[in-house]
Design a protein around this ligand. Sequence first.
Ligand code: ATP
Ligand code: MG
Length: 489
Amino acid sequence: MSEALAVSGVTKTFGAVKAVDGVSAAFALGEIAFVCGENGAGKSTLLRIAAGLTTPDAGRVTVLGRPLDPHTPREALARGVAMVEQHFALIDDFDAVENVILGFEPTRRGVVDRAAAEAQIRAIVADLGTTLPLDVPVSALELGDRQRLEIVRALYRKAKIVILDEPTAVLTPMEASALYAVLRRLADRGAAVVVVSHKLDEVEAHADRVTVMRAGKALFSEQPGAARAELVARMTQAIMGELEPGPTAPRGEVGGAVALSLRGVTLGRALTELDLEVRSGEIVGVAGVEGNGQAELLEVLAGAVDPDSGAATPRGGGGAITVVHADRHQDGLVLDASLVDNLVLGEHAQYTRFGVLDLPRMEAAARARLSDAGASFDLQRPARTLSGGNQQKVVMARALAHAESKVLVCAHPTRGVDLGAARAIHARILGAAARGMGVLVVSADLAELRELSHRILVMRKGRVVAELPPEASEEELGRAMLGASEASS
Ligand SMILES: Nc1ncnc2c1ncn2[C@@H]1O[C@H](COP(=O)(O)OP(=O)(O)OP(=O)(O)O)[C@@H](O)[C@H]1O
Ligand SMILES: [Mg+2]
């Protein structure tokens, strides 16, 4: 193989945690390689080391046959290695163009040639088969747009070795295929592409090489050739052992009382006369290409903004509704606070008597929530030190503990979570509905919506434009999301 990037004997310890434990692995030019493994296995840490972003305690990184020395992000970039991180590294006040060209500004007679940069960026965006607002501050962009922006930035830097850490976690299946088409073209043109993903269908469809990690070690690395399906089966077994079949959602109509209702909700240009109802005991999925009002719907339900007209009941505050937002770093977690504080976020008053915080009681509650979620972490750790998927487990552990809520609204409940943990979260959402909660799930993952929902609503341009049964195919859902029937009539 024509070796692009290699790590050998790489080790990284954080306090008592051996995040990466003597890993050697190599990635080749012309290939799309996948790195897989359960949450906390060390994937992000290993690849951050490969991209010069984290210094290893021991071991070496080699780029195109030469040691990465000095081991810095700047040197890695100069040598053609770019990484799209799991949690984005964009500058909020800058717009898309400014973020992309930062440090790589094209100049004309000594001044930054924004027009030239913008033309190049537009070409890359078009190549990706997507759209991206280029002139608003990044803070105003949806999660999916930020993801695409990170990818555009790596492509703009003409990286020869592109590392993407869970790039499709918030993308719809259609957007993911467009991305993989671009990645395949990059590989065909001779680049090395390394992707982290928990989505087995992606591995099965696109992997030229699979490296599986577990507890900081590389279990195996293989080129499956034509036998991808067989490798995926073996890999699943290696990562998780015998997997219980996933829970099956109860089907059919739910006759409970209305738990959540929106009537004629209009908000600026984002939501237009939106009607929607969830019954007690019902799980309603919301599908849609991101940016069609889902974020605003969540904000209205959380009580963060008032609709211009129409009514939503119940809304945030008073504990009747629990809302899990799309961006766990913006709304879900206080990264520098401990897991205890994060697990009871917003409820500290309940654990305070006569002005004194009852710490043991609060910790007991936090510990119980975590163990209900099937996880056990040191409760004093800052949330920042958990892997991405494990952070998501904490967010969901808190939301699912609010048994007194009549309504649970969650966006991307299993974003970045490994297969075993995703099944556990799904089982708990199903359990919450079985106990009478009304549940609204917003997700880019159509397979997830089909597995969980009694019915699936499709949002487009701020309205519910279709309602489909969970048996609907991804193609049918995709057509409704894109408005294909409208366009062809
Ligand atoms: N800055 C840090 N401080 C302390 N521990 C850390 C830090 N970064 C990572 N870890 C720990 O290192 C281990 C590996 O984390 P890493 O983020 O590499 O996992 P991952 O395989 O990418 O998981 P995921 O699929 O959830 O993203 C985990 O136990 C994590 O908690
Ligand atoms: Mg990770």
